[in-house]
Design a protein around this ligand. Structure first.
Ligand SMILES: C[S@@+](CC[C@H](N)C(=O)[O-])C[C@H]1O[C@@H](n2cnc3c(N)ncnc32)[C@H](O)[C@@H]1O
Length: 219
């Protein structure tokens, strides 16, 4: 489906603090996702966050919507350790994590699975020659739509105008192909301020919101 190289970020920044390492080593088995088990669970809403970073929004959402099941996917090990630490301290048992790029594991989820998907401030890869490294492209949109339930939404937030406009164009092109979804540009869902949201706010950058709603199945 996705070809070869698709992850260009950092897997680890600085070393983990002693406490984060302790929590990671001792509790990771409680939080790392077991695909077989998750695909068997019925009558639950599954919410996905791709590239959750330090996990501020993932933790916030899972505390607020404690009946739903949250799945966070990010190869960045410091973020994984941070979420395990916070989830354990807050006694959250509705969070599961995958320590890989989304493209390498997306196919392990059933089609029509997710009720909501967050993608907050994905790496913008601003230089034109790096644009092709961006997470959201035509193939990604087609594949992620398959995994979304009818009536579900993908929420994309960025401070990069070029990335935002590019995603809108991709959606418009897809729309010509299949009238199975629509999009809106309002800030419709409550989202916790993340590290990159705060960075953008401090620099007084404009923040762009996009909701992609799936209306019917994509063939
Ligand atoms: C700019 S940071 C934003 C983090 C967080 N969402 C925020 O708003 O602070 C982008 C995140 O996406 C993750 N990432 C990059 N490529 C990814 C991929 N292919 N699949 C999943 N996560 C990815 C990075 O490891 C990083 O944590």
């Amino acid at each position: 489906m996705f070809n070869k190289k698709f992850f260009y970020g950092r897997l680890k920044s600085r070393g983990l603090s002693k406490s984060k390492k302790f929590y990671y080593d001792n509790y990771k088995n409680n939080y790392l996702l077991d695909f077989e088990k998750i695909n068997l669970i019925k009558n639950k809403n599954f919410i996905l966050e791709i590239g959750f970073g330090l996990g501020e929004n993932l933790i916030f959402q899972s505390e607020k919507y404690n009946e739903d099941i949250f799945i966070g996917v990010d190869p960045f090990i410091n973020g994984i350790a941070n979420v395990i630490y916070e989830a354990k301290l807050k006694n959250l048992n509705n969070i599961y994590l995958v320590n890989s790029p989304i493209q390498s594991i997306l196919d392990k989820f059933k089609n029509n699975f997710f009720s909501k998907i967050f993608i907050l401030f994905p790496d913008p890869w601003m230089k034109k020659k790096h644009n092709k490294r961006r997470l959201i492209n035509n193939l990604f949109l087609k594949e992620i739509l398959k995994k979304m339930k009818i009536q579900s939404s993908l929420i994309f937030v960025t401070d990069d105008k070029n990335y935002f406009e590019n995603v809108i164009n991709l959606i418009i092109e897809l729309k010509v192909e299949k009238s199975s979804f629509h999009y809106s540009l309002d800030n419709r869902y409550e989202i916790k301020d993340t590290k990159y949201f705060n960075k953008a706010s401090n620099l007084k950058k404009e923040i762009y919101f996009l909701n992609l709603d799936k209306l019917k199945n994509v063939t």
